[in-house]
Design a protein around this ligand. Sequence first.
Ligand code: ATR
Length: 277
Amino acid sequence: MKLGLIGYPIKHSLSPWIHTRFLQQIHQEGQYELYETTEDKLSQTVKEIKEASLSGFNVTVPYKQAIIPYLDELDVYAKQIGAVNTVVHKDGKWVGYNTDGLGYIRAVKDQYPALFSEQSNALVIGAGGAARGIFYTLCQEGFQQVDIANRTIEKAIALKSLNQTKQVETKCLTFEEAEKNINNYDLIIQTTSVGMNEDIAVLSLDNLTKETVVSDIVYQPLCTTFLQQAKVKGAKIHLGHTMLIYQAKLAFEKWSGKNVTVASLINDLEKRLIKDE
Ligand code: ATR
């Protein structure tokens, strides 16, 4: 099976390592190639991928939206989110999917399933590309309330319109309001890039209670300053590297039509990231 990744920069991507492990798991030969490309060469690179007749490929920053005009079809979920991270070559057509949001939610659900069987309240911090899929998926998962806190409140209001379910309530909050009410949430997800390779937290968790699950999509460092704050408060934490594995699992299962398991990959990636810190 020929697979690949298009994006820029992707030289240090962990995806080849993850998908090679999945190929081994299903005893299938294959390669996962990197197609690093600049914006001016995007159409040429997409042509190259199509001519190489890949079974499918992943799309990462900055092309998750730019890839859309090159595809024959989009599934409903990718259309709603407005971004594609997985393309499947099926019956001669190139079909776009998005496994980022669902991958993240599956990763949290795996570790804290009780959150999804009660009428929980969640807070999404951030309103950028990563927040879109996570917010949209949370609204479909039986949560009672899914609020959004963002530095620029207008962007939170724009994101709120993705919530089309009448059962789920959404409030848009400033960081100050969120900090004050932080004890109201069962799950808090940090989706901004704040904390990546830096010792700062996007907002303060002083009022946090220990029943809350605090999650961060940043996985370098593995335990961000934000998550360290949560730990000090005795709260439960959820690490961001699990999203990377789960979005890959969902993509690989679309390409191969086979189920793959992730527990040993999550463990190995954790060790690898700690070693690199
Ligand atoms: P995108 O999601 O479009 O790829 P991103 O850099 O991943 O972009 O994330 C953007 C999100 O991170 C936004 O919610 C952004 O807040 P604004 O909407 O106010 O710009 C948030 N963000 C980025 N840097 C931030 C910072 N220093 N403090 C607070 N929020 C920040």
